[in-house]
Design a protein around this ligand. Structure first.
Ligand SMILES: [Zn+2]
Ligand SMILES: [Zn+2]
Ligand SMILES: [Zn+2]
Length: 158
C-alpha cells in the first residue's frame, strides 16, 4: 500500500480491507499490552472503515459504538493515542478530533478556526520530495510528517 495516493476526501476502505487491517492492528496492540475486547475491535473497525478525524461525540454516534460504554471508548482512544495509533487534531477552544493512523495512508488537514470543521487537504501531498531530500542530504531516516493548516473555510468566508 505504500505510495498509494490517498490525498482526497472520503478515503474509505472496503469491509475486507478493513477486516484484515483491524486484525493486524489488534495483534500489534496485543504485543503492546492491549486486551482484545469487543469494544477495541468495534472501535478500530469504525475508525478504520472511514478513517476521518472524529470527535468523541461523533464516535459515540456511530451505530456500532452507540451501545458501548462511552468511558471505555474514551479510555481506548486515549490509550491508542499513547501508542501512536491515533492522531489528535487540536484547535484552540474546540473539541479535539481523533483519527486512526492507517499504515500506508497519508492525510493532511485543514482546520477552520471559525467553525471548527476539519477537512482533508484536497491536493496530493508533494512533501515526499522534501522528505527524500532531507534524508539524502542530512542523514535522517524514516521521515514522515503530519500537517495541519489553520485558517477560515469558504463557508465561513461568505
Ligand atoms: Zn486513507
Ligand atoms: Zn468554517
Ligand atoms: Zn503531507
Amino acid at each position: 500500500m505504500a505510495g498509494h495516493d490517498h490525498s482526497h476526501d472520503n478515503c474509505s476502505l472496503s469491509q475486507k480491507e478493513t477486516g484484515s487491517l483491524v486484525e493486524a492492528m489488534v495483534e500489534e496492540l496485543r504485543s503492546l499490552g492491549f486486551r482484545r475486547t469487543g469494544a477495541l475491535v468495534d472501535l478500530l473497525r469504525a475508525m478504520m472503515l472511514r478513517h476521518l478525524p472524529f470527535t468523541l461525540a461523533e464516535l459515540s454516534e456511530i451505530p456500532a459504538l452507540r451501545d458501548r460504554d462511552q468511558a471505555t471508548i474514551y479510555r481506548l482512544v486515549t490509550k491508542l493515542k499513547e501508542v501512536g495509533k491515533v492522531r489528535q487534531l487540536n484547535l484552540a477552544g474546540r473539541v479535539s478530533h481523533f483519527q486512526l493512523v492507517v499504515p500506508g495512508h497519508h492525510h493532511d488537514y485543514l482546520l477552520c478556526e471559525c467553525c471548527g470543521t476539519v477537512t482533508e487537504v484536497p491536493l496530493a501531498c508533494t512533501l515526499a520530495k522534501v522528505e527524500q531530500q532531507i534524508m539524502a542530504d542530512f542523514g535522517w531516516k524514516s521521515l514522515r510528517h503530519e500537517l495541519e493548516f489553520f485558517g477560515v473555510c469558504p463557508a465561513c468566508t461568505e
